[in-house]
Design a protein around this ligand. Structure first.
Ligand SMILES: CC(C)(COP(=O)(O)OP(=O)(O)OC[C@H]1O[C@@H](n2cnc3c(N)ncnc32)[C@H](O)[C@@H]1OP(=O)(O)O)[C@@H](O)C(=O)NCCC(=O)NCCS
Length: 223
């Protein structure tokens, strides 16, 4: 028997939910940073930053300093993408979760509770496709590190799919990032299909090859 259950969000969950959201996003900074170090134009940039002081002043310490500063800049640029996203979300839908998700038709927010503690969460937001079809967007999926690998995310995912079906929607859509490998595996395992990839709307995102990945789950009709 599972040691957790899924229920609707309550205001008293706020601090834990906020923390789960922040940690779940920020934990990918390192993967995105390491990835940026493999991008060819970043290599070229690093080479120029290193060689320029060396060739103009002949100073190796200055070249190393310039290279180090460039790497620090790259790290700060990567963390900025994640922190900006977290700050934006916390002042948007995550500011008053009850009001945003539980007082509006078609929206919802669930948590997974284990031993009285919130260990997972997911949200649903109604959207409409240009074809006129109604979709549900799956958002804010996160499971505490201590409770991963127990199938909690699969149950949360299924909760959103069932909700979308009850609302008469034709699909569940979602957006994740290339760095969220576990999430991509989860969604593919749940039957979501890859739709497209694009750059996040920020100059630094393009610079460090930070891509968003879109998935869709088509709800079978007649069930
Ligand atoms: C992605 C995440 C929600 C998965 O939570 P979870 O409860 O551990 O996932 P589950 O135990 O339900 O696993 C579901 C499936 O996902 C895949 N999966 C999840 N974590 C995996 C891992 N570390 N390695 C390989 N596959 C993994 C597996 O296919 C797994 O199914 P299986 O065990 O039957 O093979 C969790 O890792 C997380 O919170 N990550 C940080 C936040 C995040 O990236 N959220 C997604 C926002 S779009």
């Amino acid at each position: 028997m599972s040691d957790y259950h899924i229920r609707l969000y309550k205001d008293s969950d706020y601090e834990l939910v906020r923390n789960l959201f922040e940690c779940g996003i920020l934990e990918h900074t390192r993967v995105a940073f390491y990835h940026s170090l493999t991008v060819p134009h970043i290599w070229l940039f690093m080479l120029v930053v290193f060689l320029f002081p060396l060739l103009t002043t002949g100073s190796i310490p200055l070249s190393i300093l310039a290279g180090t500063l460039a790497i620090v800049g790259l790290w700060l640029g990567t963390t900025d993408i994640y922190h900006t996203y977290v700050q934006h979300s916390l002042s948007d839908d995550m500011q008053d979760i009850h009001k945003y998700y539980l007082q509006r038709d078609g929206y919802c927010y669930w948590v997974a509770e284990s031993a009285g503690e919130v260990v997972g969460m997911v949200a649903a937001v109604p959207t409409s496709h240009s074809s006129g079809e109604r979709h549900i967007e799956l958002k804010r999926m996160s499971v505490a590190k201590s409770h991963r690998g127990k199938g909690i995310a699969k149950v949360l995912c299924r909760t959103v799919i069932d909700f979308a079906r009850e609302k008469g929607c034709s699909a569940v859509i979602l957006e994740t990032s290339f760095a969220q490998i576990d999430a991509q595996r989860l969604y593919e395992k749940m039957g979501f299909r890859y739709i497209r990839t694009c750059y996040a709307p920020k100059f630094t995102a393009k610079l460090i090859d930070f891509r968003l990945v879109f998935y869709q789950y088509d709800i079978p009709t007649g069930r």
